[in-house]
Design a protein around this ligand. Structure first.
Ligand code: TXA
Ligand code: MG
Length: 351
């Protein structure tokens, strides 16, 4: 399959280009497009064949449903059985934006779209290209992140191309995504509501609106948890992993620097090539094969926006091991640490 690349200005998306992409989706095809979080791979959520093709293109396990994207909050009502006043408050406060809400699903969607679950994850993204594409398609759009399953989520069209060229119909290149980690997923089908995946909207911001919101134990876990039946299927699948092994070093900054330098020395003796994921404040402290900074420790939003791009970059530099500094858990830090810990397979050294 030849993958068409459409260049679209994210500030003023060309109607003609978006029409081409919308037609592809209406005919059951797959189009990758930018959102404010990461690139998504879109298919018509009402077309079971298209959704099956979506899973195949990503090599995604069939039991892990995609998020369904809508362009108007009012589209929620036909897709779910009940919209509580809490849900409406969240929608008016955070949509369009990086918040995904899990509802009980209505019978309007094929079972493939929800992987047989009786719930549905919905989000209205805050990106002109995404909104224009969904509107012009006149359908809800199933869109998981546009990476091969198990790879870091794509924050540029180039990342999508690396993973999916030849496997999908088109990629809309609308530049780098802003937030860089995926949306926060909140399950409203249980009581009290539960945060299943930390992401672009912080736990703190949500707590101001839903006082009784709980954090799922998986979110902050420092070990690999196994559950018989997880409420979010994505939790049990290996995620965000580069090909190179990663070790996370957690503790205060001085201790982290000491430990990483110790490890660098030991690895050097053994002839092991080392990459370090550092921060602006610490990167000068390391002398090894590859050192990159995720951004300032005092600007965790920048760290989040650089995370997946730099994971891919360090992974492509031919190092044998990646040592990554932990960052504070405040704000988007919770999402960053959740992704890093998963990427390492919970290979964590505490100092
Ligand atoms: O920012 C994002 O959310 C991006 C952009 C493209 O919108 N999308 C994204 O989709 O990250 P995906 O499919 O890679 O991740 C969806 C997550 C998975 O962890 C999945 O298990 C969970 O949402 N999910 C989907 N449906 C669910 C449901 N009914 N109940 C609980 N979790 C669900
Ligand atoms: Mg994903």
């Amino acid at each position: 399959m030849k993958t068409l690349v459409l260049n679209v200005d994210p500030h003023k998306p060309s109607v003609a280009e978006i029409q081409i992409a919308a037609k592809i989706i209406q005919h059951g095809g797959l189009v990758a497009f930018p959102t404010e979080t990461v690139y998504g791979l879109g298919a018509d959520a009402l077309n079971d064949d298209a959704v099956i093709r979506l899973f195949k293109a990503k090599k995604r396990p069939l039991d892990n449903p995609p998020i369904v994207h809508i362009a108007n909050a009012s589209d929620v009502y036909s897709l779910v059985t009940e919209v509580s006043s809490m849900a409406e408050l969240l929608m008016t406060t955070f949509w369009p934006g990086p918040l995904t809400l899990v509802f009980r699903r209505s019978a309007n969607l094929p079972k493939e779209t929800t992987a047989g679950l009786d719930t549905l994850a919905l989000r209205m993204p805050n990106h002109p290209i995404a909104l224009s594409l969904i509107s012009q398609t006149h359908r809800p759009i199933a869109a998981p992140s546009a990476n091969l399953s198990g790879r870091p989520s794509p924050t540029t069209a180039q990342h999508v191309y690396e993973d999916l060229n030849g496997r999908i119909d088109a990629i809309i290149d609308g530049g780098a995504t802003k937030i860089g980690v995926e949306s926060t997923v909140v399950d409203l089908s249980c009581d009290p509501p539960m945060l299943l995946r930390p992401g672009g909207i912080s736990f703190g911001a949500l707590k101001k609106v839903i006082g009784n919101l709980r954090l799922h134990p998986f979110v902050q876990s420092e070990v690999e948890l196994t559950l018989e039946k997880t409420s979010s299927p994505g939790m049990k699948h290996k995620h965000y992993a580069p090909k190179t092994p990663i070790i996370i070093i957690e503790g205060n900054v001085e201790a982290i620097i000491l430990k990483i330098n110790q490890l660098i020395k030991i690895y050097k003796l053994k002839g092991v090539k080392v990459g370090v994921l550092a921060t602006d404040e610490t990167q000068a402290a390391y002398h090894t094969d590859v050192v990159v900074s995720l951004g300032s420790r005092f600007n965790i939003n920048t760290v989040a926006s650089n995370l997946f791009r730099l994971l891919r970059k360090v992974d492509s530099e031919g190092v044998d091991v990646i040592l990554a500094e932990a960052v504070p858990l405040e704000g988007l830090g919770l999402a960053v640490m959740n992704r890093l810990r998963k990427a390492s397979g919970y290979n964590i050294i505490k100092v």
